[in-house]
Design a protein around this ligand. Structure first.
Ligand code: AMP
Ligand code: MG
Length: 343
């Protein structure tokens, strides 16, 4: 199958919408990451998503909507969801609600709930309208790989597997939506994203956070490998910026002594302090500029598909605000985490 990257003209969006209606797959941009979409009420079409990604069938898909009236057929709209729709939709938030009988098990992995999201991206919204159905879409990467935030990254994983990638340029946020489950008395965050716990608490009152590793994960996706770059990655976490440079120097020296080629994903500030000749440097933005870092995280990880590093050392960020979402992705992508408080 030939895979085309197409500009999102009216004609191309119409063609993509027709493909979705016909039970085919289309990759499209959202404000978070690129999605791999199918008709969310067509079980056979949704099964193609799992095949193209190599995704375990018990890891459910999120349904994407353009209008509130579309949601009623798919989900029971609980009062908490009405408040969240008003406050954050369209936007990078997925709300878990009880599903209706129209949503096939292929979408929910057999769960009685469904994830509902309104993407805040003109191309995504136009595609959903053209297809005239909710679009089931996970991130458009091969299962386990970093999510794609450009059409080229989608192409790298999906070439030959899908007909069309709609190109909307680089994604605005760069990390997937916050997932919040409102089916119990106290809402619970299953995956952190750009809509933070503090933002949700302003609307809902108390909000819990599900532990990201547990024997019984609440979001089935929590138990699988995620976002992994092609080479092993050590994430370095410290609360002291003073020790950061020293730790990187020590680790680089150790690895170089083993004849290893060392990649570094870090802030401009840290990279400028390290000896450029000894590392393959991939800056992710300025220290503390969490919006930029979030937007760059997956491209930083994917850049090592084509670089000759044996190992990556990555600089963590503070676990606050959008930093919670960034660290959630970094920790899952890492093969090893180095927690250093003194040096
Ligand atoms: P992806 O779109 O690939 O980023 O993955 C979607 C995430 O949403 C996965 O972690 C799923 O496990 C989670 N998810 C989707 N639907 C549900 C649901 N009904 N209940 C809990 N988690 C869900
Ligand atoms: Mg994903």
């Amino acid at each position: 199958m030939k895979t085309e990257i197409l500009k999102p003209t009216r004609e191309n969006i119409k063609r993509a919408g027709n493909l979705i209606r016909a039970g085919d797959l289309v990759a499209f941009p959202t404000e978070t990451v690129y999605g791999l979409g199918a008709d969310g009420l067509n079980a056979d079409a949704c099964k193609k998503i799992f095949a193209a990604k190599g995704r375990p069938s018990d890891n459910p898909l999120i349904l994407h909507f353009a209008t509130l009236s579309q949601v009623e057929r798919a989900a029971k709209i609980l009062p908490a969801a009405e408040k969240l729709f008003a406050a954050f939709c369209p936007g990078p938030l997925t709300i878990i609600l009880p599903k209706t009988k129209f949503v096939p098990d292929a979408v929910t992995g057999g769960l009685s709930t469904v994830g509902v999201r309104f993407p805040d991206n003109d191309v995504a919204r136009a595609l959903i309208k053209a297809a005239d159905c909710p679009i089931a879409a996970p991130s458009a990467n091969t299962s386990g790989r970093p999510s794609p935030t450009t059409s080229q990254a989608v192409f790298a994983d999906m070439e030959g597997k899908i007909k069309i990638i709609l190109d909307g340029g680089a994604c605005q946020f760069g990390v997937e939506s916050t997932i919040v489950d409102v089916t119990s008395d106290v809402a619970e965050i299953l995956r952190p994203g750009a809509v933070t716990k503090e933002m949700l608490e302003e609307i809902l009152g108390d909000v819990k956070v599900a532990p990201s590793t547990s024997s019984k994960p609440r979001a089935p996706g929590m138990k699988y490998t995620h976002y992994a770059p092609k080479v092993p990655m050590t994430l370095i976490e410290t609360t002291s910026l003073d020790v950061l440079e020293k730790i990187f120097r020590r680790e680089i020296k150790k690895l170089r002594a083993e004849n290893k080629s060392v990649g570094v994903i870090a802030s401009h500030e840290l990279i400028s302090k390290l000896d450029a000749e000894k590392i393959i440097a991939v800056p992710y933005g300025s220290c503390g500029d969490l919006k930029v870092i979030a937007a760059n995280i997956y491209e930083s990880l994917r850049s090592f598909d084509n670089l000759t590093a044996d190992i990556i050392l990555a600089e963590g960020v503070a676990d606050i605000g959008l930093g919670v979402a960034i660290m959630n992705r970094f920790r899952k992508a890492a093969t090893q985490i180095l927690l250093v408080d003194d040096f």
